[in-house]
Design a protein around this ligand. Structure first.
Ligand SMILES: C[S@@+](CC[C@H](N)C(=O)[O-])C[C@H]1O[C@@H](n2cnc3c(N)ncnc32)[C@H](O)[C@@H]1O
Length: 366
């Protein structure tokens, strides 16, 4: 398949008609600096993105939404992206139709005027959708009618949140959240578990691959019944719940209080009693807790100097490192090498045709 936006929008780095070639090129690039043992291809080559973020903009009097063009701040309206779940396009079209019909203004961060900023969609594996409309101002006359119209056009929508984000930063999901329809979350099944996912919480963009990653992590880490695990950067507790089946206890930590609230709800939902969750920066917590095994799944920037120092002092027996940015994994491996030996890496093509890959390695204390 070919995409008319290739090289215009910045999402894909490899032509979309040859998946094997794109995977080979990515693995070759990463193998130059990491010892790669295993590569797991994307189980679904196209339409694997279940989280989609569109930014609104105005073009020739029309409200449009799209993605950034490569290497520039320019936005490109993308219709029918081959990476995104098709329901995303359907919801986007319904939102744009209404926005143009009611002349809803696009937010201007320079003067704080206007309304529409981003549309953030999350779609469950069974095809239900959470819609989060990120706006720059609170007053949204006719909001109930707007939501009713979206629901009529897209019955798959199970939740609609309005997120009022007035801050002039590039962080999309911050501000005050108001649920206008639904229970305030989307429900998804992963492995043996169900997860409730709120608009402001992290959840992997490619859930089918997330299940494969978590299984592989559990298989390679081999946690035993007498071990306590610290799941740093735990999000809504996905890895914590997978590991709790084998561990004595799992403690999850995340800096985002919404994620920790979600993780606690997910533990209850799944009848999981040997987990606890704490809202904290990992570097403020990891000294005070006792644990045998550490799991880290940090943002692209990696672990940070303070946390690395803490790991080297605390010396857990094993570390599972899940990384969405292999260069950071490499840098952190080097810093931890004085106390740990890292096993070869498993690569997961979680983000097919882009230049990103997910990586997993297990480290053992010398
Ligand atoms: C890549 S996500 C991983 C989430 C989870 N492991 C999963 O697979 O769904 C990274 C998470 O780290 C959290 N985070 C970022 N910086 C943090 C910090 N300094 N301390 C604790 N959590 C942090 C974010 O809120 C986010 O939930």
């Amino acid at each position: 398949m070919n995409c008319p936006y290739f090289k215009k929008c910045g999402a894909c780095k490899y032509p979309l008609d040859n998946y094997e070639a794109s995977l080979k090129a990515k693995v070759a690039a990463i193998s130059q600096y990491l010892d790669v043992e295993e590569v797991i291809a994307n189980p679904q080559i196209y339409h694997y993105r279940h989280k989609i973020v569109y930014r609104f903009f105005k073009d020739q009097g029309q409200v449009k939404a799209g993605l950034y063009a490569e290497g520039s701040g320019k936005l490109v309206a993308v219709d029918n992206c081959l990476l995104e779940h098709p329901l995303g396009t359907k919801i986007l079209k319904a939102v744009l139709k209404l926005a143009n019909h009611y002349h809803i203004p696009v937010y201007n961060p320079l003067n704080g005027q206007g309304f529409l900023r981003y549309l953030v969609l999350r779609i469950s594996k069974n095809g239900h959708a959470n819609v989060c409309l990120v706006v720059g101002n609170m007053i949204f006359e006719g909001s109930r009618h707007f939501v009713r119209e979206i629901k009529k056009a897209c019955p798959e929508m199970v939740n609609f949140d309005l997120l009022i984000n007035k801050r002039n930063t590039t962080i999309v999901l911050e501000g005050t959240l108001k649920t206008l329809f639904g229970k305030g979350y989307l429900r998804d099944n992963l492995g043996d578990f169900q997860f409730l996912i709120g608009s402001k919480t992290f959840y992997q963009v490619n859930p089918s691959m997330a299940d494969i990653i978590y299984h592989k992590l559990r298989q390679r880490l081999k946690v035993t019944r007498d071990e306590v695990v610290l799941d740093a950067y735990c999000g809504i507790g996905t890895i914590s719940l997978y590991l709790a089946q084998e561990a004595k206890k799992v403690i999850g930590v995340d800096i985002n209080p919404s994620s920790i609230a979600g993780a606690k709800a997910n533990a209850v939902l799944n009848n999981c009693h040997n987990v606890s969750f704490i809202a904290s920066d990992v570097k403020d917590l990891a000294y005070s807790e006792d644990y045998d095994v550490l799991v880290v799944d940090p943002p692209r920037s990696g672990l940070g100097e303070d946390f690395i120092k803490m790991i080297l002092d605390k010396k857990p027996k094993r570390i599972a490192y899940v990384s969405c940015f292999p260069p950071s994994l490499k840098g952190d491996m080097t810093k931890l090498a004085k106390a740990y030996t890292f096993e070869p890496v498993t690569l997961f093509d979680q983000f097919g045709f882009t230049d990103h890959m997910e990586a997993l390695s297990i480290a053992n204390l010398h």
